[in-house]
Design a protein around this ligand. Structure first.
Ligand code: ADP
Length: 600
């Protein structure tokens, strides 16, 4: 029930109870007063009648018929029943009843008292009238008639006072009923002004609770309710500014977390994910966007969250762990146990760094050094042997010495070739090498003709046919030295891995793929071909399909890895299609720069 109704109802009830109490109290009081007053009146009337009896002449007062008549007259006049009783209790006369029918009254309590010389009063049910009566009996003096030392009793029905009393009961209730409506109206109006403002305050608190922090109440009063309204408004203002600061702080920390390259995970004591940054999902290779609030293990099964958290908690300080995930991912994880604050139990912060690339680079470096050492060892050992043999042959067999000098020369050339390729590779791998800003516009047609001279000579020596299919111009933006190396390597490979009388073709064309212009350079041969399983691996450093043939033809195993490097540095790519015994086709695509030339 609303306060608006509660208060008036409470007021009505209170006044009703009050009216009831007043009614009861006044009834009790009035009952006493009425009763006393009635009995006094009756006593007074009895004494008056007694005086009349006493003043009667001795003779006339002795006849019972006369007494009877007198008593009836007096009783009727005073609306009181008078009973004249002899000192032995015998009823001599009665104003309402025939005395002959009445029994001896000596045992009646009020009569008993009067016979003892005192005024007797009583309220009881009359044996004669069969109703409740109020009695007053007075003793009569000694006289010369039958009533001498007898008793005169006056009786009135009790209903006479009860009627008066019931009338007195009604008065407070009537007053209450008359006052009820104005009381209710006054209470309603009074409470309405309070409840209206209370409603405003209630609405405000519920709005603020549902995060409408800008909502203010409009209660303007000079009482406690007004103070409460002002305090609530001040509280909401503070809450709003705190919320603003908190949101700004959260946004800042979100930005910091998002900008971090390392993955960050905050996990509670039960392993549930509380916060994360995009890098964490990226490094773990899972989507963590819907995972917050759920155990981290559901989203990232392979991540040993519980074991790491326990380890850090046991250590009591941050620990660093190296973890290898399935799929060859290497992670370096810093695990920091956060101290328990307030009711928040221990949380754990994970900072994850992806070491996969670094590990791969490290391994590549190691492999590279091993490979380079191995590649150098063979020609150097050959050189050492040749130089020893040469020293001996110069003295013994000058003709043979000349053969050794040729071999020596061949080995030195291989070493020079290897060193040149290594230098080219290292130059391409330098971070600043091949920066787009250093690039110039190059015509791939000119460059190809220029780079083909060596291959042309080699092809001629093997009686191979080298043909060109070139447009008038094919412009790219790039590094001329690197691109020349790319073309030379592809052409030289084609010549080297194609038998005598074979056919080699260099084609350049302009292409448009997905609205982008490309220069396509294709070297096709009908040589040995490359098995499908090895077609991707031939671009790795020092990888050779046929080691003996590579060495024999002066290969270093670095040619194609240089080709791929150069193509990728220029924003392009290289693809191979080949069938063993049929031939190979190497296709390089580099973004065209023809639009730049037209701009110029
Ligand atoms: P290499 O110096 O050994 O030629 P490359 O990196 O240039 O090294 O080539 C890697 C390997 O790919 C070669 O050893 C060879 O087995 C194979 N290869 C390259 N080009 C051709 C080709 N045109 N035809 C057949 N095999 C080729």
């Amino acid at each position: 029930m609303k306060i608006r109704w509660k208060l008036p109802l409470a007021l009505a009830l209170t006044t009703l109870i009050f009216a009831g109490i007043v009614t009861m109290a006044s009834a009790l009081l009035l009952q006493g007063v009425f009763f006393g007053r009635l009995q006094d009146d009756m006593s007074h009337q009895a004494h008056e009648y007694a005086t009349v009896l006493e003043s009667l002449p001795a003779g006339s007062a002795t006849s019972s018929a006369e007494l009877e008549k007198l008593t009836q007259q007096v009783g009727r006049a005073g609306e009181v029943r008078f009973t004249l009783i002899a000192h032995d209790g015998k009823v001599l006369a009665d104003s309402d009843v025939n005395p002959a029918t009445l029994e001896n009254h000596a045992s009646r309590p009020e009569v008993k008292q009067a016979l003892l010389g005192r005024e007797g009063r009583a309220r009881r049910t009359s044996a004669t009238e069969k109703r409740e009566e109020v009695y007053v009996a007075i003793p009569l003096p000694e006289g010369n008639s039958g009533w001498s030392k007898g008793v005169l009793r006056a009786a009135v029905p009790a209903s006479r006072i009860d009627a008066m009393l019931s009338a007195s009961w009604r008065i407070p209730l009537i007053v209450w009923a008359i006052l009820l409506l104005p009381t209710l109206a006054a209470a309603f109006l009074l409470t309405r002004s309070i409840t209206r403002d209370l409603e405003r305050l209630r609405r405000m608190t519920s709005k603020v609770a549902s995060n409408e922090l800008g909502y203010r109440n409009s209660v303007r009063r000079s009482d406690e309710l007004g103070d409460l309204g002002t305090s609530l408004n001040t509280m909401a203002t503070r809450l709003e500014s705190r919320d603003y600061e908190l949101t700004a702080e959260m946004e800042r920390s979100d930005q910091v977390l998002a900008a971090m390259g390392d993955g960050v995970l905050l996990v509670d004591g039960d392993g549930r994910l509380l916060r994360h940054n995009p890098a964490a999902g990226r490094i773990l290779g899972v989507n963590l966007d819907q995972a917050e609030g759920n155990p981290l293990v559901f989203a990232a099964r392979a991540f040993p969250v519980q074991a790491l958290a326990e380890k850090a908690a046991e250590a009591g300080h941050p620990v660093t762990e190296a973890v290898e995930l399935p799929g060859g991912r290497f992670l370096n994880i810093e695990v920091a146990p956060l101290s328990t604050t307030g009711t928040t139990p221990g949380q754990t912060l994970f900072v994850i760094r992806d070491e996969t690339t670094r590990k791969a680079v490290e391994r590549m470096r190691r492999d590279f050094v091993t490979n380079v050492s191995h590649e150098l060892k063979t020609p150097l050992a050959g050189l050492s042997l040749l130089s020893e043999t040469l020293a001996h042959a110069v003295r013994e067999d000058p003709q043979q010495a000349e053969v050794f000098v040729h071999q020596l020369d061949h080995e030195v050339k291989r070493l020079i070739e290897l060193t040149r390729d290594l230098l080219t590779l290292s130059r391409l791998e330098e971070p600043e090498a091949g920066q787009q800003s250093d690039f110039e516009v190059i015509d791939m047609v000119d460059l190809s003709l220029n780079a083909a001279t060596e291959a042309e000579a080699m092809a001629e020596a093997k009686s191979q046919e080298l043909t060109f299919d070139l447009p008038s111009e094919a412009l790219v933006r790039g590094d001329a030295v690197a691109l020349r190396t790319l073309i030379r390597n592809l052409l030289n490979n084609a010549v080297r891995y194609t038998d005598a009388q074979g056919h080699i073709r260099l084609a350049i064309a302009l292409e448009q793929i997905d609205d982008e212009d490309w220069v396509m350079l294709r070297v096709t041969d009908d040589g040995a071909g490359i098995p499908l399983a090895e077609q991707e691996r031939i671009f790795e450093r020092f990888y050779r399909v046929d080691k003996a043939r590579s060495r024999e033809t002066g290969g270093t195993g670095l040619g194609l890895s240089i080709v791929r490097h150069v193509a990728e540095r220029h924003g392009g790519n290289v693809r191979v299609t080949s069938t063993v015994g049929v031939g190979s086709t190497f296709t390089v695509r580099i973004p065209s720069a023809s639009h730049e030339a037209t701009c110029l």
